[in-house]
Design a protein around this ligand. Structure first.
Ligand SMILES: Cc1cc2nc3c(=O)[nH]c(=O)nc-3n(C[C@H](O)[C@H](O)[C@H](O)COP(=O)(O)OP(=O)(O)OC[C@H]3O[C@@H](n4cnc5c(N)ncnc54)[C@H](O)[C@@H]3O)c2cc1C
Length: 393
């Protein structure tokens, strides 16, 4: 039986561990945290992410926990439309899912061939021609035919194997939360489709998670992006700042900020990899090491593609290792995944440039251009998302 060690039990690591185990591999999943626990926010899955999860056998679980997300359009803070909402065909409609529900579904998909070990922080990597690839925590080495580095943006494995790729600040921070229905009942009634508002260096996205049901957590997800650094103040003060920054913006933004429990607020500094690693696969012994998810292509979340790409990575790897020899699968994985990630990173950087626009004149130019650029940019991203298919070796 072939064996794999997966480093990191985030969305990418859980998905690939389940995928390999489902293909008959013995998998050890190593996580540095004491518990595998996601943050209490939500994630948008575009058609590519949905298709990848289906390829991983999670279609029934996903149908139970996800809600289709109508196109709510893009407005300026004064309410003027930058991009009008457009209904999309069902196969092009993204879905939204609470991260805790998605984690539960991925954990249920691990089956009994995955040994999950928490409280293990990987510090060393071995990738030499003569030995099986391995990672170590300073006390023990974990060797296997294949090591999957799914250890996120600050990946220790990537730092060892692709040291020229650095993590840099994207120049903005995000805040996100899920507000349960009962805390903002009117927001759901008045704004059933959510949508996006784009200002000078500020952005606010609202996405309803559907009714509270037996298999999913309901509520309204919101995510705010602001140019600048994350705030060191406590969550209560951060919320006060957010209320000030977004004062006068269209509903339901004020209501959602008022209804947000400070304990549910999640702040992130947005960082990205520059340049992307020159390869995603490092041959070693009979197999090698691959990079997956944010470890391979951390990018700002402006197009909501990070987790979708991690699921694409997992579905691609699963498909390749099932059909061809491990060394060939590694080479094909690199050839398939690097150009794909580079395309999405390029699209995301264009969106970053739009978001960074500040100053009255620049804003006017942006607003004029946005009517043309944003639909094209978002359209291209949606097109690429809709087109992606798992490979058939
Ligand atoms: C505000 C925000 C909104 C987003 N919205 C979307 C969206 O709508 N759609 C979308 O597709 N994506 C979105 N993303 C991106 C998405 O969240 C990430 O791309 C995705 O979660 C990355 O998953 P991962 O498993 O690769 O990494 P991570 O989730 O970072 O998981 C890495 C895991 O590895 C563990 N680990 C790290 N180092 C070690 C070590 N040395 N040893 C052992 N374990 C280790 C960590 O503890 C962690 O559990 C968003 C991101 C942000 C910040």
């Amino acid at each position: 039986m072939r064996s794999a060690v997966v480093v990191g039990a985030g969305l990418g690591g859980l998905a690939v561990a389940g995928a390999l185990a489902g293909s008959g591999w013995r998998v050890t999943l190593l996580e540095r945290a004491d518990r595998v626990r996601p943050e209490p926010t939500a994630v948008v899955l575009w058609p590519n992410g949905v298709r990848a999860l289906r390829a991983l056998g999670l279609d029934t679980a996903l149908a139970a926990i996800s809600t289709p997300l109508a196109d709510g359009g893009v407005r300026r803070p004064d309410g003027h439309w930058l991009v009008q909402p457009r209904p999309a065909a069902a196969e092009r409609t993204p879905v939204i899912v609470h991260r805790e529900d998605l984690h539960d579904a991925l954990i249920a998909g691990l089956g009994d061939r995955v040994e999950l070990r928490t409280g293990v922080t990987i510090r060393t990597v071995r990738a030499t021609p003569d030995d099986r690839p391995a990672v170590g925590d300073g006390r023990q080495m974990f060797a296997a035919d294949l090591v999957v580095a799914a250890d996120g943006t600050d990946s220790v494995v990537r730092r060892h194997l692709a040291p020229t790729s650095s993590v840099v600040s994207s120049g903005c921070a995000t805040w996100a939360a899920v507000v349960p229905w009962y805390r903002a009942p009117q927001a759901a009634v008045d704004h059933p489709d959510g949508g996006e508002v784009l200002g000078a260096g500020y952005r606010f996205v609202v996405a309803p998670l559907g009714e509270h049901g037996s298999t999913r957590r309901g509520g309204v997800y919101w995510a705010a992006t602001a140019a600048g650094a994350p705030r060191p103040e406590p969550p209560e003060t951060q919320l006060t700042l957010l209320r000030r920054w977004y004062a006068g913006w269209p509903g339901p933004i004020g209501d959602l900020l008022d209804a947000t429990d400070p304990g549910a607020l999640v702040q992130h500094e947005i960082r990205e990899l520059r340049p992307l690693p020159r390869t995603y696969a490092f041959p070693a012994g009979p197999g090698g090491v691959v990079l997956l998810g944010d470890a391979a292509h951390a990018m700002p979340p402006h197009l909501g593609q990070g987790a979708c790409l991690a699921f694409e990575d997992a579905a691609t790897l699963q498909s390749l290792v099932r059909e061809i020899s491990l060394p060939d699968a590694l080479a094909r994985y690199d050839r398939a995944r690097r150009p794909r990630a580079a395309t999405v990173v390029r699209q995301t950087r264009r969106m970053s440039a739009v978001l960074r626009t500040r100053g009255r004149l620049a804003l006017r130019a942006r607003d004029a251009a946005l009517g043309a650029i944003t639909p094209r940019l978002l359209g291209n991203a949606a097109e690429a998302a809709a087109r992606w298919q798992p490979p058939t070796p």
